[in-house]
Design a binder for this molecule. Structure first.
Ligand code: ASP
Length: 471
């Protein structure tokens, strides 16, 4: 017999079926035992005669059941669940896996359980209905985003994880090379350079659901790893890219039941945002909309391209690969003058006070990219060393292009009214920067270190020990 799902049972009254799943609850009523059986689709009540094989049966054991679907007696019907009118009279029950008592309840929201415990047993934490829903909603959102982008002629292309450091304003995670002693790969802070190179290749419309990996201190809406809908387009204006991202967002959000306050999304300049809200991330919702779980978007444009660091040097505010908003300003950039007045073609999307997307029209002219890095204080030699490949690509007919990345996990946080990114990720890092379930970061053994030509000169454990000794 083919296994069916609990949700497929309602139309099979009187039929013999096979079900499989987890025992959610067990209620003993003398000679009869009632089980709630849970599978990925829902739950159903099972009635068993109290026989030997079910004596020890406990919650979270995995079982397979064969039996007849029966209509429940009128007074036993439960309108609260989709299978509330029926039950399965078990004729055969097989235990597929036993379970120890769980370290925490999984039928609650789970917010009260410590992060450490939840993430150590993340695979159990994920059995929680709230997290099952969050990850399913995430999957639906991503599928809808894909569907939208495919309908607009985008090609999905993966870019390397082992790559060279790209400046996105964060610290790189690095990977030592075994073959090239003393050399390192960097994990991508974003696919920025590769997606621009794909424009040089003539794909015109690229996207991928990309992982961005950045070594920044974790906080509620930021983690070492996050996923983004990453896209790039050729022959487009700023408004074209914003339009695609906006349509995709509305399309995908409506697929998951999102309510959007203002369509089309309002566009405000950075200056207006600072004057009106005192920040470039702001929340446009009324108190009523907050209660109703509405999402309020706005685009922010016209950011300054550069700002001064504490040390008095120029740094980029968003993305060094962007172009200035017009030709006059491009000229300033080339001449290195009026640097403080140069406005970048960057656009950021904010939603309920969170930054949920950002992108820009890029420069496709080698001399403009060179001038940007010159303003950022790079020597000609360093520009060549770090970005020579981009300058070179731009010399072989790279079309004008622009793109965007949407940190859709933040968007889902807003939609699902979660406060932490980890509530929409399957296996997030802890707030202390460690992995879920598996113990990492962890030490390498001697052979591994040797093969990688690495020597750990000051293991923190040693440093700690010394610090403790001093006290
Ligand atoms: N590379 C940028 C980021 O990851 C997005 C973009 O400009 O397309 O934030």
């Amino acid at each position: 017999m083919q296994r069916i799902l609990t949700t497929e049972t309602s139309k099979k009254i009187g039929e013999q079926v096979k079900l499989a799943g987890w025992v959610q609850t067990r209620r003993d009523h003398g000679k009869l035992v009632f089980l709630d059986l849970r599978d990925r689709a829902g739950i159903i009540q099972i009635v068993c005669k109290n026989a030997k094989e079910i004596e020890n049966l406990r919650p979270e054991w995995v079982v397979e059941i064969e039996g007849e679907i029966k209509e429940r007696p009128q007074e036993m019907k439960n309108p609260g669940i989709p299978t509330g009118n029926i039950e399965v009279a078990a004729a055969r029950l097989t235990v597929l896996a036993k379970s120890q008592p769980l370290p925490f309840p999984i039928d609650t929201l789970g917010y009260d359980i410590s992060e450490e415990t939840r993430l150590k047993y993340r695979y159990l934490d994920l059995r929680r209905p709230r997290l099952q829903r969050n990850l399913k909603v995430r999957s639906t959102y991503v599928q809808a985003a894909r569907e939208y982008l495919f309908s607009k002629g985008f090609t999905e292309i993966e870019t390397p994880l082992l790559t060279k450091s790209t400046p996105e304003g964060s610290r790189d995670f690095v990977v030592p090379s075994r073959i090239y002693p003393g050399k390192f790969f960097a994990l991508p802070q974003s696919p920025q350079q590769y997606k621009q190179l794909l424009m040089a290749s003539g794909f015109e419309r690229y996207f991928q659901i990309a992982r961005a990996i950045r070594d920044e201190d974790p906080r509620a809406d930021r983690a070492f790893e996050h996923s983004q809908v990453d896209l790039e387009m050729s022959f487009v204006s700023r408004e074209d890219v914003m339009g695609v991202v906006e349509e995709m967002t509305v399309f995908a959000l409506e697929k998951i039941g999102g309510k959007i306050a203002n369509k089309p999304f309002p566009v405000v300049t950075y200056q207006e945002a600072m004057e009106k809200y005192g920040a470039d991330k702001f929340d446009l919702r009324s108190e009523k909309e907050k209660k109703e779980g509405v999402l309020a978007f706005a685009w922010v444009v016209d950011f300054p391209f550069f700002e001064k660091t504490k040390e008095g040097e120029w740094t980029f505010t968003h993305n060094p690969f962007s172009s200035p908003v017009n030709e006059e300003q491009e000229q300033w950039l080339l001449e290195g003058k009026n640097v403080e007045k140069i406005v970048t073609s960057q656009y950021d999307l904010v939603c309920n006070g969170l930054e949920v997307a950002g992108g820009s029209i890029r420069t496709h002219k080698p001399e403009v990219l060179q001038a940007t890095f010159r303003i950022l204080g790079y020597t000609e030699q360093k520009i060549e060393e770090k970005f020579g490949h981009m300058l070179e690509a731009f010399r072989y007919g790279t079309p004008p292009h622009g793109g965007c990345a949407q940190g859709f996990e933040r968007l889902l946080m807003a939609f699902l009214r979660e406060e932490y990114l980890r509530e929409v990720q399957a296996f997030p890092q802890t707030g202390q920067g460690r992995t879920s379930v598996m113990e990492a970061p962890s030490e390498l053994n001697e052979e591994q270190l040797e093969e990688l030509h690495l020597k750990v000169i000051n293991p923190p454990s040693l440093k700690l020990r010394r610090a403790r000794k001093k006290k």
